[in-house]
Design a protein around this ligand. Structure first.
Ligand code: HEM
Length: 520
């Protein structure tokens, strides 16, 4: 689950302009009053001011906030990718600086050392998440039911440990084999679907989303659907719409009092989440309600079920609703795959040299007829590097963290409740770390013929809240990409508008057309 965060739609900018005007008025009144008070205090008590200086908190520098909206106006022109705005402000205020997002205190961290402090050395102090209204709506009014959007708790610890063994599976384990099997079966269905439109423009994201959802369903719950089933198509689309929403952030995240103005949107989001939940309840949970002896090693579903039924020795047991929501979160991860894959295919089609190298690698390592396996991954560094380079250029943000107690960061005081933005866009685009950072160059991840990922590149973050989907994501993207380049050459139809927004994973809607021509 990657997220978040672009607060400003055009409507919001207009709306905010009014708020800014209002705020500026209050601000100037406030400033006059403050000046008078300062004047008074200067003349009355110089001694006590000097004494206070010794205990003055070290506040991180940052642009001056306005009342009500804080610094949101500083980000207004970066509607498409607020992380570009965060990066520009970092040039002025440094690699750790403060902002007010509405009335919420925030810090923006744009250095590798700062990342380590937040995620590792002080990980236990920064393990909360912001309390956005929308995030609660996705989970029936309670974001603590979510794996990715909850604060840290014993329940989260238990959920993560059950899920980790399946999603971060070890090589050569039975889970590794069962994912490989699910992928091989499902690739046949995907290739059949892509074959139907070979040589013509196709919105490839849609069948790839069906395929990814079926891989997740098979691997996690031993279940799959036919691509023609309407209820399956509907739920895959609903998951994708929620994924797009969470990728985009919303004005009500930091200005919750604007909610009445966005009633229709929020109701829509809630409706989509409810539909998804009904699907999971009916198709996955209800058939298991009478299960008595689940095998906790078999798959995610039985692992969760077993924790629910056998509470011996468990710190926290999961109830039915915890299971329902955990599955919703994990199956939702399949939406990331169609979006990332479309980005990869678009970038590969726009870079013919890269496409040629990918095809040469698959021809050499796998051949033209052999089914592609996850095990080919370690022998195909260029393919691995291509996927990784797409993730770097996409620079999808790390889900914001929150300080769960008062602490410090880079020597600055941090008050409890401060939202921390980890600006991986700044690191991914820094000339300090990358040669020509704007260019698409997969070979930057290859050292001495091997794939190599530098420590400062953290698309899945690190530490106690790190992504649990990173491995399954990479396995599924690898097998999907290799299957496609093994059989097809990818191109962009003339006049097709390819839009790949940076700072979020989601492409808009169903994306754009590509043409897949048979290679042989
Ligand atoms: C390219 C795709 C993806 C990217 C870039 C990505 C990235 C991230 C990032 C940056 C975080 C936040 C880490 C933090 O807060 O420090 C995260 C959390 C998470 N991701 Fe992913 N993710 C991706 C795909 C997936 C998939 C496919 C799944 C599920 C199978 C998944 C499941 C999760 C979960 C459950 C969390 C929450 C972990 C927690 O808060 O404890 N992600 N992801």
């Amino acid at each position: 689950m990657e997220a978040v965060f672009s607060v400003f739609s055009p409507t919001t900018v207009v709306l905010l302009s009014c708020v800014v005007a209002m705020a500026a008025f209050h601000y100037s009144l406030g400033k006059k009053l403050k000046n008078r008070l300062q004047h008074l205090s200067k003349s009355s008590d110089v001694g006590s001011q000097q004494k206070d200086l010794t205990s003055v908190p070290r506040v991180a520098p940052g642009p001056k906030p306005l009342p009500i909206i804080g610094n949101l106006h500083h980000l207004a022109k970066f509607e498409d990718n607020p992380y570009v705005g965060f990066t520009e402000l970092a040039q002025e205020y440094g690699s750790v600086y403060s902002l007010k997002m509405g009335t919420t205190p925030a810090l923006v961290v744009s250095s590798s050392e700062g990342f380590k402090e937040v995620l590792i050395s002080k990980g236990a102090k920064f393990d909360g998440r912001p309390d956005f209204h929308r995030w609660n709506l996705y989970f029936d009014g309670d974001r603590q039911q979510s794996l990715a959007l909850c604060d840290w708790s014993d329940l989260q610890k238990t959920r993560r440990s059950i899920i980790r063994s399946f999603l971060l599976m070890k090589s050569h384990s039975s889970n590794h084999e069962s994912l490989d099997k699910a992928l091989m079966t499902e690739m046949e269905s995907l290739m059949a679907e892509l074959n139907k439109n070979a040589g013509s423009p196709v919105m490839a994201k849609v069948p790839i989303q069906w395929c990814a959802m079926n891989v997740f369903l098979q691997y996690m719950c031993d279940l799959k659907f036919d691509y023609s089933e309407a209820k399956f198509r509907k739920v895959v689309n609903e998951f994708d719409l929620i994924f797009e929403d969470i990728n985009n952030g919303h004005p009500t995240d930091f200005l919750p009092w604007l909610s009445p103005l966005f009633g229709r949107h929020l109701k829509n989001v809630k409706g989509l989440a409810n539909n998804i939940r009904s699907f999971i309840l009916k198709e996955i949970i209800e058939p298991q309600m009478n299960a008595t002896n689940p095998d906790k090693t078999k798959n995610v579903l039985e692992g969760l079920l077993s924790n629910h039924l056998n509470t011996d020795g468990q710190e926290v047991s999961m109830d039915w609703s915890n299971m329902l929501f955990a599955l919703e979160d994990l199956l939702g991860g399949s939406s990331a795959i169609g979006n990332v894959m479309l980005r990869i295919l678009a970038m590969v089609s726009q870079n013919p040299d890269v496409q040629k190298k990918l095809q040469a690698e698959v021809d050499e390592v796998v051949g033209s007829d052999t089914p592609v396996s996850i095990d080919h991954r370690s022998y195909m560094p260029f393919t691995e590097a291509t996927i990784t380079e797409v993730l770097r250029l996409t620079s999808s943000p790390i889900v914001p963290h929150v300080a769960n107690e008062s602490t410090s960061l880079a020597g600055f005081d941090v008050q409890k409740g401060t939202v921390v933005f980890l600006n991986n866009y700044a690191l991914n685009m820094s000339t300090e770390f990358w040669d020509e950072p704007e260019s698409f160059k997969p070979e930057r991840f290859i050292k001495n013929g091997q794939f190599s990922r530098p420590a400062h590149f953290l698309p899945f973050s690190t530490g106690k809240r790190a992504c649990v989907g990173s491995k399954i994501l990479m396995h599924v993207c690898f097998v999907t990409l290799v299957n496609i380049v093994q059989k097809f050459s990818i191109s962009v139809p003339t006049n097709e508008d390819i839009c790949l927004p940076v700072g979020k994973l989601a492409v808009i809607g169903d994306g754009f057309n590509l043409v897949l021509n048979h290679r042989r």
